[in-house]
Each structure stands twice: as C-alpha cells, then as structure tokens.
Design a protein around this ligand. Sequence first.
Ligand code: ADP
Ligand code: MG
Length: 691
Amino acid sequence: MAGVGPKRAEVLGKELNINTFYDLLYYFPFRYVDKSRIYTVRELRGFEGDLPLLQVKGKIHSMRVVPGKVRRLTAIFQDETGSMDLVWFKGISYIQKSIKPNTTYILFKEPTIFNGRFQMAHPDIEEAAQQEQNKIKSNIQAIYSSTEVLKNNYFSNKAISKMMSALLSAVLPTLAETLPPHLVASQKLLGIQAALLNIHFPQSAQLLQQAQHRLKWEELFYVELRLLRQRAKRVTESKGFVLAAPDNEVKTFYHHHLPFQLTAAQTRVLQEIRRDMRSSKQMNRLLQGDVGSGKTIVALLCSLIAADNKFQACLMAPTEILATQHYHGIASLLGDMNFKVALLTGSTKKQNRIALSEQLQNGEIQLLIGTHAIIEDNVQFANLGLVIIDEQHRFGVAQRSRLWSKNAQPPHVLVMTATPIPRTLAMTLYGDLDISVIDQLPPGRKPIRTVHYTDTQRGKVYNFLEEQIRQGRQAYIVYPLIQESEKMDYENLQEGYQMVCKRYPHYKIAMVHGQMKPAQKEQQMQLFVQNQAQILVATSVIEVGVNVPNASVMLIESSERFGLSAMHQLRGRVGRGADQSYCVLLSGVQLSATTRQRLQIMCSTNNGFEIADADLRLRGYGDLDGTKQSGISLNLKIAHLGEDAHLLEASRNVAEQILEEDRFLANEKNKILLQQLGTIEKRRVDYSVIS
Ligand code: ADP
Ligand code: MG
C-alpha cells in the first residue's frame, strides 16, 4: 500500500490490529472536525473553557531548541491578528528540517493556554499551498484514535487520512455490497461504497449521518442474525433431561413449608421454567427480578423439581456471604423436610470436602449451594440436572460453561439477576437465552424512603439512626470500595468504624469487608443477622443478596462514588420487613451535575428498571456490570449498544422476519446474508485466536 512499508505495516498490525485492507477500511474515525473554517489567533480569546480542535493559518518563526531535563523545540506562530507558541518534545530534528521560513502553513490542533499564552503542542502541519492533496476531498475531517507508538512512527492523523484516501481510491469501486439489495432498499440504507467513503471523508453532514446509520445498522443486524440462528439451532438440536415426574417434594414443601403465598409473577415464572424442564430441550433461561422480588424461593422450588426427578441441583452465588446466607435461609425454610442441602465454599475444611464429595457422588446431596468452589474440577456430581446461578452478571461465561461440562449431557441452566436490562440487550449480551421476569414485589412492602444529605448534616443523620435502633431496628453503614484506591478506602472504612463506635457507645457494631478471613466475616455477619449487633459497617461486599428483614436503614457514605445500580442493590438490603425503611445517601457538598442527577434519581424512584434505564443513559452500556466479562465478543466497530439500542431492537426485528420467511437463508435473495455470516464468523475466529 502506498506509504506503508513493512516496518510501518507491522506497527499498524501491533498497535491497531490492522493487518488487511479490510481492517483499515473498517478502522473508523472516533470523531469529526469541521475543517471548512480557519480561525485567527484573536478569535481564540472568544472561547470559554477548553478550546476545541481547530485550524489556524500563518507563518512559523523563531524556532529554537531549549535544552534541559525535557529537551524541547519551540517556535512562534504568527497570523495577521496575533501570535501563539508552538512546542514539540519529540521528532525535534525532523520538524526543524521540514519547517521553512516565510511559508504559510495550516496548523491543526486543540490550543491550550500555557503561561498566559495560547500554545499548540505537536500540531498537525501542512503547507497551505499543498493542502488538500488527498485524492478525496472533504470539509469534515475525520479524526482517528492514535497511540504514542503510532505518533512516533509518523502515523499522525494526517498520515492515516492520506493512507485511507489512497486505499479508498484504489478499492472502493470494486467493493461488493454486504447486504442484500432488498434490505438496502427496504431499510433505506446508503450503499456500502457510499457508506465507507462518507464515514472516512464525509461529503456533507447529512451523508455522514447516513453512513453511520448504515454501518451501525448492518453491524447490529448481523449480530442479531447470528444469535437468532444459533438459538434456532439450539431449539431444534439440543437435548435436555426431561424432568416431568410427579411433584412429591414440591407439593410437600408448597403445602407445609412455604411461609407465604407466591406472587403472581413468581407463579408465572415458575410455570415458564417448568415448561422448559419438562420439554426434552435444555433450558437456558435468564430470570430477571428486582432486588427483593423473591428469586431465591423460585430457585428452591426448581431444585425440588429436580429432586422429584432424582436429579441433583446446584446453586452458585458470587460471594461467600451470599452462599452462606442462601444455605442457612434455605435450610430453615425446608425445616424437617427430607431434602439434603450442603454448602461448599472456599473455606470449607478439607475433611468436610471429602465427606461432601462422597455424598455428591453417591447422589445423597440433592442441592449443593456454594461459591466458585463448585466449579473446581474435583467437584463431581452423580447426576446434575439443574444449575442455578445467582447474580449471574458477576460470573463470566467461561466460568458458567465449566458447570455445563460437569455432565455428559448439559444440565438445565437458570441464571438469576437483579440487574434489569432491556430484553434485546440482555439477549445480545448473554447470548442466546430465554428470559423470564418477576415484575412484582411481594405484597405488604412499604416503599423505601430515600433521602440525600451532605456530610455537614451527618449529626442529624446519626440521630435519626439512633432513633431507629431505639425502636428495635438495625442499620447498615456502607463505605465505597473502588479498586484503584483500595488502601485509602480501607482507611476510610476503619476511620468510619471508629467514628461510629464512638458515636454509639451503647450499641454493638459489627464490621465486614473484603480483606477479612471468611470465618471472621461470617462471625460478624451472624452478629448482625441475629441482632446482636445493631449496626453493620461494611464495604460494598454486602451489595449482593444479604437478607436481614429487621434492618430498616441503609446509610451509604460517599454516595457520589457509587454507580446507580450499585446503590439500588444496596438499598434493596432494607425494606424487606413490614416496617418503613430508609435509605440515606451521604455525600460531599460539591457535586458534579451528573452526580447530582444520579442522587436525585435514587431519591425519586424505587423501580429497578427505571434506575437501570437512567444508569444506562448516564453511563452508557460500556461499563455495564458484566459486559466486559460476559465473554460474548461482539467486536463492535461502530455501533454502541447503549446509544444505538433502538437500532439493536429494529435490526433484530428485521432479522427475525427474514428467518421466519427463510429459515435456512436458502432463498436466492438472501444469499449475501449467508456469505456475509460466513465471513464474519471467520473473522471472529481469527480475532479470538489473536486475543
Ligand atoms: P431477591 O430476588 O432479591 O433474591 P429474595 O429471594 O432474597 O429476593 O427475597 C426477599 C425476601 O422476600 C425474602 O425475605 C423472602 O423470604 C421474601 N419473599 C419472597 N417471596 C415472597 C412472597 N411471595 N411473599 C412474601 N415474601 C416473600
Ligand atoms: Mg437474591
């Protein structure tokens, strides 16, 4: 390719994973700048705040090398209205050689203010007379993301742009359409050639927008088409255990042990699960339900169904605290029932493990509850029929599939989550799952009242806490724990703990955090569970699942540092009994607009779906818990799951329609689809080998 020797090609490959023409063509700009306009130095003063990427036109003089610890090259840029400083720290001799006196240049960079003067560091420089030598012209300049290594190898934005221009001129006319003509027409999409041209060299703002739309639509469409085909395949080909025996255990439990009536939503969800387990297909179902909606009892009933069919079940939870709590909770619900439940976590003693292992292998244990420890190779079941994963977003796909492989025939799988995300997105992120939703809370719950106070009002908040405790209630006080600043966070936690102890000398205060030994953690937890401690000071380790119905206050310290979903999970720890419960958000006084908005949303709604929605709007899906580790490598190059959610939905509908008409894509008019799926699959494999 023009201008790319072997050395530079290697740099492109290493730095940007660009190895082929295709890779380069689909290396999309991350933003655009209007280059139709040239600014004067005087005009720069008119900007408030950070200056944008912009062009200036003038001459460069007074170039000199400044020696010192950081050797640098400085110069003055001058136009008719004023001057500004230029500075380079790298490529000094090259710049010195290439800049000519008395020549007009166009410079392109975000100016900064340094020592009270405007400055450009490492601007893109072009001779005015030679500007726009690219074969393809455009007033909207594409900006590509770059790396230090790239810049040091002279891959400036200008260079990438030039390369792109050469490539497009050479290959564009030969590029074949990647969508069938009937779709291009019915969806009113730009053709592939026009789309690729305009994404790199927008001929107008409108064409740029159309190009983005076309490429995003196509990208998401093929993701959905692939998933839908996989799903169809599973539905027709997979085999699952048929769990259709009479409900002896289930009935005993239902009539003699269930302490409440199931909600309508719980009943409906159970029917959905039941239908799956009775069919001869493997169940692969996601159970969504807001915090406190009662997912655990559903899990237990499913395990009893398995037991009625002489199959074992296991329930995996992401933390030891949660697994332990599930174990105690379920054991007490079962009472004297003849149903054997066991607990296996990282801190299960070796002796116990041996006994457990034996009872698992002879089928004595009917439900095994535990943490990741369950996945270990030496844990073998006699006949595992059902795997339930709680708070599934905490586990990666790889971990989950290790549970599958514990049987020759895969067990039924139920994953449970309290992180509600839109249906299409969930199906896309977690692959090919069916979805059930518990969209109702058990009756009699009073909505939690949430209030926001700043640190200066702490005294008032502490008094309120005391009042609640005097009424026999209990309280959580939670401190943030963010990995990067772990040490500082623990100091905050310890300080907080001391402060709380001093403030409430008459109460017992328990504390749990991630650095404690499991046994110690469990002992502190138990103090709180049994109301021997009135306050539990904790890091966000208690976020998932803990159930202490007597607790009525959740106090979140430094709430500005928590994400919305995390706060909602924490809040779900209270409001589990019949009493009015409260969530208090403490924060500093100075807050950014988004933070203020986040706290306001918390105060205004208890609805997990609304919160998740707001969270996605404020943060985007990129940071969504589990997205990173969900293991589905979507390799999206242009679409954004958050911003383009509507496209995801729309393209899925189209894909569904097409498959409905032409299940095997055998129709001549869909030939391109099949080809393209093949190409994409091949690329996916290539990528997965690399990464
Ligand atoms: P989550 O969905 O967050 O896991 P849990 O399963 O921990 O919720 O249930 C929260 C609380 O609600 C528990 O104390 C549980 O016993 C109770 N619960 C569950 N279902 C019902 C119901 N149908 N009626 C009354 N209480 C229920
Ligand atoms: Mg739960």
